[in-house]
Design a protein around this ligand. Sequence first.
Ligand SMILES: Cc1ncc(COP(=O)(O)O)c(C=O)c1O
Length: 383
Amino acid sequence: MSAPLPFLPFTRPTIDDETIAGVAEVLRSGWITSGPQVKAFEAKLSEYCGGRPVRAFNSGTCTMEIALRIAGVGPGHEVITTPLSWVATSNVVLDVGARPVFVDIDPVTRNLDLGRVEAAITPATKAIIPVDLSGLPVDRDRLHALARKHNLRVVEDAAQSFGSLWQGQRIGAFGDFVSFSFHANKNITTIEGGCLVLNNEAEVRLAEQYRLQGVVRTGHDGMDVELVGGKFNLTDVAARVGLGQLPHLAAFTARRHELARVYFAALQAAGAAALGLRLPVADFTHSNWHMFQVVLPEERLTLKRAEVMARLHAAGIGTGVHYPAIHLFALYRRLGWKEGDFPHAEYAGRNILTLPLFPAMTSADVTRVVAALTGLLRDHPKS
Ligand SMILES: Cc1ncc(COP(=O)(O)O)c(C=O)c1O
């Protein structure tokens, strides 16, 4: 009898020995919080983003909150966003005292449906937060044309799209504010962390103030505080992890593309479409393939998503849910949203399933996942 296969998680970071040794060096250096490694990481990120100013933070969430604050978004204002994202995307709007205005997704891309945005704009609208779910970029040409036409700021929630492109340009290298996350599951990681791409030196100064208690230093001993900032600085230990990840970005993305192609081929061979499974857009031009997500056909399947996940788990396969529809969380229901408001996001929220995809996976892992999943679909049809 052959030994059981090791458990396949839905994602796993790849951190090389050179980075691990580099982290040990930082730990021995005597300077472990924000310092030279953060500065070096910011310089590399800025280079990646075509020379735009970039500042690093201890999460992707706070970068969006800070971008909204810099843009002057607050009480009485509205911010348009998608209901199918990590709840951080809309929580930051509530954090600054503004109101999120959700617009349903396009069920094919699973991103904010830009065709519905204009109808949601009111005199109170100040900004749009689009999300590149699974790394598939929102159409940046349409997005920025809309923003220009209505004089809105854009805070790109590019948490999942570091390494993605739009018409040959890197996400982050153009646009307005761009927020990236380097959480452990992202395509490159600092364990926890993020960065914000800014437009000019005035915004950089504000971002630095919001990052650390509003403090401004001058000379050897000068210190002043002009606004209420938080505690959002990245550590040098984390920045060293990020510096060790960046050189691998291109190879990580290429490997994700290869594995995504294996998914499409295996799903096609297994007749996934005939089983009603909805596949992601087969984009190999723009996406960084942060995740490979399918949507289960609830009208054709006797198993609920939780049962599918449990059975896959029992077969040694990890899956994830990214994400339940935000407007149906208790907090958001209390604020007035309800079932039926955004049918496409709700359907995806109930049925979307993230399959394993990370650079260290093999093609055999992919075919194992596809066989297990399509087997479940085939064995549990609604009659
Ligand atoms: C779409 C999206 N937005 C925002 C975030 C927040 O990033 P962080 O976890 O770094 O705060 C994440 C990360 O999970 C995300 O996936």
